[in-house]
Design a protein around this ligand. Structure first.
Ligand code: T4K
Length: 371
């Protein structure tokens, strides 16, 4: 068997360049608490992304939890079951009840048409996810949020660098939350950020991620410790130099998958969205067992036995985990599209340094597995 290929592999900057940053940190001994690299990274990241304000976090989950605190969200929040479990966990950690609404079948995002029916007097916000970096129906969702006076927080963990009509997708909604985990398009080892649109909100978020401190003696809110440290921030600054290259490599891989897999019976993949600049964060395929001649799980086992470790993101649905299973909105009858997508989906390896010959080998294996 050749070297195993995993669903992803972090893009890392050249080590010799990173040591220069480390030398500065060793020199000034500022390790955390809004140090110089942190400040520089926040600014350069905001410029790169085309957004007004960025608040850096130690990871995406704490950023989600803090975003909900920042907007004082309570009661019930409408969200998707087809996501990484952190989306719903961030609600749970705030004592908020998640209300799961089904997804649409094309991009696996929250179905805007089904949101209104799930709104109750307790609903205070909507938390959609731009799943796989595909953008949600942002205009429709904003209209619903406005009509019912709801906050709108996007889990944009997958949506680094994604633009629609030239505008960052992070500029929609009240807040957007990014993850810079090692497995993401852009990583700071662990890390995350909240994108906000006005200074007052940015300031509140920055208090909240630092115990609620405003200056040395004043604590203005019950904050948490969710700060990004200087090593992460320096690494992130350096990563910014290489992220365009990483995304264009991903595009090449995605294009090759599409070229080689387009004619396979029982295997479908997602089309590019119109007027959207994608980041090619994931490459999900959807297996129809009858037509393909093998189940999704069968394909997963077959690929594993050949050294290819794809992932079934997002199976099981969040609504099927014990914490959430008892909620009435978790009833599979309420979530038929998500249930089906979770049964069919298989994410193929995609990352900046994935060799195109390996992509060809993966496609040949898939073809040999199907009928
Ligand atoms: N919202 C959404 C929609 C999310 O997808 C996520 C995270 C969050 C919120 C929360 O953000 P963070 O708090 O994580 O910043 C991974 C990641 O841990 C998680 O960050 C990510 N979503 C989720 C979709 O995937 P696992 O358990 O599948 O990762 P793991 O460790 O199995 O890694 C997958 C493969 O990547 C490995 O087989 C090998 C490779 N790998 C992984 C790591 C960590 C490496 O080559 N090097 C590495 O350092 O959850």
């Amino acid at each position: 068997m050749k070297n195993p290929i995993y669903v992803t592999q972090p893009a890392m900057p050249p080590l010799e360049e990173f040591t220069q940053y480390l030398e500065k940190i060793w020199g000034n001994k500022i390790l955390t608490n809004n140090g110089p690299f942190h400040q520089q990274f926040e600014k350069e990241l905001a410029d790169y992304l085309g957004v007004k304000y960025v608040s850096l976090f130690s990871n995406g989950t704490l950023a989600l939890i803090t975003a909900l605190q920042a907007l004082k969200v309570t009661g019930e929040v409408i969200t998707t079951p087809f996501s990484f479990v952190a989306t719903a966990h961030s609600l749970w950690w705030n004592g908020i009840k998640p209300v799961f609404v089904d997804i649409e079948p094309y991009f696996c995002n929250l179905d805007a048409e089904k949101i209104e029916a799930a709104i109750t007097p307790q609903t205070t916000a909507i938390m959609p996810v731009h799943v796989y970096g595909n953008i949600c129906e942002v205009d429709k969702i904003q209209k619903i949020a406005d009509a019912y006076g709801l906050k709108l927080i996007y889990d944009a963990a997958h949506a680094f660098g994604v633009k629609v009509d030239g505008n960052s997708i992070l500029n929609f909604g009240d807040l957007s939350v990014l993850s810079f985990h090692a497995t993401k398009v852009f990583n700071t080892i662990e890390g995350g950020a909240i994108v906000s649109h006005d200074e007052k909100t940015k300031t509140r978020i920055d208090f909240l991620k630092n115990f609620g401190y405003d200056g040395e003696l004043r604590v203005v809110a019950p904050g948490i410790n969710a700060k990004m440290n200087e090593v992460q921030a320096a690494y992130g600054l350096l990563q910014l130099k290489y992220v365009d290259r990483a995304i264009s490599n991903r595009q090449r891989i995605s294009d090759l998958y599409k070229e080689l897999l387009h004619n396979i019976k029982g295997l479908a993949f997602q089309n590019d969205q119109i007027d959207v600049i994608h980041n090619h964060a994931y490459f999900p395929v959807f297996i129809d067992e009858q037509l393909f001649g093998m189940s999704r799980d069968g394909l997963n086992e077959f690929m594993k036995s050949n050294g290819v470790f794809g992932r079934r993101y997002f199976y099981p649905l969040i609504s099927q985990f014990p914490t959430y299973k008892g909620l009435s909105s978790s009833n599979p009858a309420n979530l038929p599209v998500a249930e089906l997508a979770a049964k069919k989906v298989f994410c193929l390896p995609i990352y900046a340094d994935l060799d195109l010959d390996d992509v060809k080998r993966i496609c040949t294996l898939i073809k040999s597995a199907g009928k």
